[in-house]
Design a protein around this ligand. Sequence first.
Ligand code: AHR
Length: 512
Amino acid sequence: MRIKHLFIAIACSIAASAQNTVVLQTANGKDTINKNIYGHFAEHLGHCIYGGMYVGDNNKTIPNRDGVRLDIIEALKKLKVPVLRWPGGCFADTYHWQDGIGPKDKRPSMLNIWWGNVKEDNSFGTNEFLNMCEVLGAEPYLSGNVGSGTPQELSDWVKYTSHPNGSSPMPELRAKNGRGNPWHVKYWGLGNEAWGCGGNMKVEYYANVYRQYATFMTNWSNTDRIYRIASGASGDDYHWTEVLMKELPTSMVDALGLHHYSVISWSKKGPSTTFTEQEYFTTMQKALLMDEYVTKHKAIMDKYDPKKKVALAVDEWGGWYEVEPGTNGAFLFQQNTMRDAMIAGATLNIFNNNCDRVRMANLAQIVNVLQAVILTKEEKMILTPTYHVMEMYNVHQDALMLPVTLTSNDYTLGTEKLKAISVSASRDKKGLTHISLVNIDAGKPQEVTINVEGSSFKTVSGRILTSDKIQNHNTFENPDKITPATFSGAKLEGNNLKLTIPPFSVVVLELK
Ligand code: AHR
């Protein structure tokens, strides 16, 4: 008996002192982390656009530029939003862009059938969106209506936004609406969730529809080419990717989409703030499925396109919970806690590490909807923990991805386990190396040793996003409860870098 107890004691002490180790290969980077991985998504849904980003050009109480809130513009510029997808989502396949141009008092209204049957007055349309993107320094990604539109309608939208000046109907219409020069929209989605709200199509049928629409979306020059994104799979629908890769010639498609939400269960999503540890754990299980999905969709794409011409664009991702009590169920307004910071940090690490194929991703959604980076309440605005993670991680944008090999402890709950640590690294154009680490463990700090191969560093500095409860969040009354802080807990010892990451925290290190 005594020997057995002694054995258990030794085994426990080994488990408790087990180290997480990361091998960082600084000389083996070959792929760039496309900045568009840090993209966002704005839909005509709830208060994302109306009463969120856009308060109307006649609003005298909330400072704005052409109706877009100045505080939001400032915050999004700081975030370095590279690309913004619009106008949906499900809304996109009901949207007729010509209803949203010209004098506002002449624009027809429509019913927003997907999101609460509210009246859409079309006061925020193509010109407003594209001008806002210019102000933000973000590239627009227009999601075309394939579900209830026509190839002509989409082809005209391309001409309206991007055809060079000249005497043809669409550039003339654009000029009549106050914009002479084209905006040059590069990114175009051909439908959204074609397997669902975009038309309930089978992929074999959608592939043909895609080819038809793509045919009429003309490039105006070789240097100013449009980038066509096919409506992609949901989660583990590998058949969808297989058929699109087989049926779409690479000359007609630049990226396939992929949508995956971290939802506990569609019938019982759980609250956004008062969740249990079990609900947190399940959310993280769902979030980390992204790794498996990306890996398997990539393997299919590699089979048909070994040169990796076609990208994977994860153009909707994020956490999805019950709406905040007392808010419209169709508006998808939810709070954003340290759980969301964990989803963001771990997911962005997955995208960074798969940047050979994942070259765009769009968090759902930017303001007041789902895993938003900004929440508003009348004149007030707050930045969420997700905002702070995306801001801390923007050092990876367009940097060279450095491969990492990770050995992680488990985060266990009952009989289930997940890897506690996730990591990715890059070197930017100034030669600075950044390592982003997440400890999703809800209870234990994690010691990490990073073994640096191929370079030596003299200094390390860092930032951390942490809090004392996983349910913590910023509120309109206490907007700065969670903000990044300086992290000086990383120590360089020769080629080893050592640090301890508190439970449910994100750390970004900078090495020189
Ligand atoms: O982001 C909310 C909705 O989720 C989008 O409109 C749709 O594409 C997805 O199902």
